[in-house]
Design a protein. Structure first.
Length: 285
């Protein structure tokens, strides 16, 4: 078994263990169990749609919206009417982030055919892809969404005043949303110009980090986590932003994309030399 497969298997086992721990021992297990049921019900329906239209990449569009759904579900479970300003601010932050991501990906992807990753998996797996896609794509991403969104549980389970951690969380969220939104906009504008085909975007926020959108996404999740610390068990959920950041860096984000870009863009080697991979830094000369 290749080293990469061993690492992925270890990660999967670790994530399942985290989910099992929360399922069994946290003070939120009843709500948490309902959450996975809701997500799997929705994702099963989405999987059926993907079979009809022959496009598994619709899961990417749902990703951000899925976090909005589960956040509102957890908020309702803790009586939305009784929420304080702190909880309402967090719910608004999650909703703005998730809807922006969903709308952006819908505008980018709809009508363009299946993403190359899923198209390759469809080709590699042939006739068995119809059922394998549920396990490999929809159930897996639903499980990840469930695990990562667990940080919402303590946040919505305590009525607390706004404190320094919440204000820092809002600051991180704002920084993250800026890099994610501006990065996506600049990349979309860059790609619309035919003369840029094969070139590297190295201006704007892309001058300071090769992946401003992924950096922004990770920063947003650390901001969400700080709201959880108002609850006595909130510290237990530090794995949520850790898992998200790890996946963005090593699994589905930076690592996967850079393999493709190194092969397709001759200028990318120089871009790597001068520009930070993740955390924004002044470019090297």
């Amino acid at each position: 078994m290749k080293r990469a497969k061993i690492i992925r298997l270890f990660i999967l086992i670790l994530i399942i263990s985290l989910g099992a721990f929360l399922w069994s021992f946290s003070g939120f297990k009843d709500t948490y169990q309902l959450g996975i049921g809701l997500l799997m019900l929705i994702l099963t329906g989405l999987w059926i749609v993907s079979l009809v239209i022959k496009d598994a990449s619709i899961i990417d569009i749902f990703w951000g919206f899925g976090f909005v759904i589960i956040a509102w579900f957890y908020a309702f479970q803790n009586d939305l009417a009784l929420m304080g300003i702190r909880e309402k601010i967090l719910l608004g932050m999650i909703t703005i982030w998730g809807l922006r991501l969903t709308i952006y990906l819908a505008n980018r992807n709809l009508g363009k055919g299946e993403d190359y990753r899923y198209a390759q998996w469809r080709k590699d797996n042939g006739p068995k892809w119809w059922w394998l896609s549920f396990i490999r794509v929809f159930a897996l991403q639903g499980f990840l969404l469930w695990i990562i969104s667990a940080t919402y549980l303590p946040s919505f389970s305590v009525n607390a005043e706004m404190g320094i951690l919440e204000y820092v969380g809002i600051l991180l969220w704002g920084i993250g949303l800026f890099f994610e939104t501006v990065g996506d906009y600049q990349l979309s504008k860059f790609k619309k110009d035919p003369s840029n085909k094969g070139k590297v975007l190295n201006t704007g926020v892309w001058r300071y980090t090769r992946h401003p959108n992924y950096f922004g996404d990770a920063t947003i999740w650390w901001g969400f986590f700080l709201f959880a610390l108002a609850h006595p068990q909130g510290w237990m959920f530090v794995f949520c932003p850790i898992v998200m950041t790890f996946f963005l860096l090593k699994v589905s984000g930076v690592a996967m994309l850079e393999v493709k870009l190194k092969k397709s863009k001759p200028q990318y080697a120089e871009y790597i030399r001068t520009t930070s991979s993740f955390i924004p830094m002044p470019p090297k000369k």
